[in-house]
Design a protein around this ligand. Structure first.
Ligand SMILES: [Zn+2]
Length: 320
């Protein structure tokens, strides 16, 4: 789930959300593992159920469909990862009860993308392009509602794919699952797409955080980190992936605080190594050689960045 408290329509209680998850697990466990085949050959497909889309949501759905951002992530998974089960991504108005934003079912085999959620993203980003100055890293040609909607949806969908991978592959997770899902969105988009999705998602979530206003106990008790915190983490991972390229445009204008930035190269190296390492046993035959090499490079980079951080640590701590 993208967020349990970010939208007015999604202000149901965290407790109710937790109960739903438990209920879904109980149902899933009845199905057992009987349909798991020996050779993992799950495929990712994207389905647009056009006849379920209301007129008010057709524009947002058309933007996403034309951009092919969902198909791009699906294509990367199909080429690189041997999934045990199929994953169906449904852009549909027919969602399980209570679903208002993008969600991944507990078994990791279905992602729902409700069209009103895409319209909502488009609405929020409409306000962003009217009221927020364009960050220098985004070219003028992409600082418009439709492009930002496609880019941020690519990040949001990356988040859902993170959930799907964790659930299908039963990946060992060492923190909040929602953090891990955000981490996959950064890992995938920074490595495979570029800075656009992280920047668009940061703009989207920053505006959402403003609209949320004062944090409530519900916000703090969410299974997600609080919204504004997620913005800084998206930017930190982007900056850390290539400080030479991103430090000035992100830290200079104050998007990413100077106190956080020195930690980001090691944080990115840890995230990048973490995902490559978790995915390595599940690489497809076609991707194995390239994937193994990339994982080994990520390992070397983590060691180097950790050493570099240790050398700068006294300076960083006294500067904070
Ligand atoms: Zn989530």
């Amino acid at each position: 789930m993208l967020s349990s408290g970010g939208y007015s329509a999604a202000s149901r209680s965290a407790v109710a959300g937790a109960l739903l998850l438990v209920a879904s697990f109980a149902v899933a466990s009845c199905g057992g593992e009987g349909d798991k085949t020996d050779a993992p050959n799950g495929k990712v497909t994207v389905v647009y159920e056009d006849d379920t889309v209301k007129p008010a949501d057709r524009r947002a759905v058309a933007v996403i469909r034309r951009s092919r951002v969902l198909e791009r992530v699906a294509g990367w998974l199909n080429t690189s990862i041997a999934l045990p089960y199929d994953l169906v991504v449904k852009v549909t108005g027919e969602v399980p009860p209570g679903v208002t934003d993008a969600v991944t079912q507990p078994d990791g085999r279905t992602v729902y993308v409700p069209p009103p959620f895409l319209t909502q993203i488009q609405g929020v980003l409409g306000k962003v392009v009217r009221t927020v100055e364009r960050p220098a890293l985004l070219p003028p040609s992409s600082y418009n509602v439709d492009d930002l909607t496609a880019l941020s949806t690519q990040f949001v969908f990356g988040h859902e794919v993170g959930h799907a991978l964790l659930r299908q592959l039963l990946l060992a997770n060492l923190g909040l699952e929602e953090d891990a899902a955000d981490g996959f969105a950064s890992f995938y988009t920074v490595n495979e797409v570029g800075p656009g999705p992280s920047l668009a998602a940061a703009l989207l979530f920053d505006e959402l955080a403003r609209e949320e206003g004062r944090l409530t106990l519900e916000g703090f008790s969410s299974d997600h980190p609080v919204t504004q915190q997620r913005v800084f983490t998206f930017l930190c991972h982007l900056e850390g992936s290539d400080p030479k390229k991103y430090y000035e445009p992100l830290v200079g204008p104050g998007y990413l605080p100077k106190t956080r930035a020195p930690l980001c190269p090691q944080a990115w190296a840890m995230l990048d190594y973490g995902w490559w390492t978790q995915l390595r046993p599940h690489f497809s035959g076609a991707f194995k050689e390239q994937g193994d090499r990339t994982q080994e490079k990520a390992h070397e980079r983590l060691i180097a960045e950790t050493k570099a951080l240790a050398e700068k640590l006294d300076e960083i701590r006294t500067g904070q």
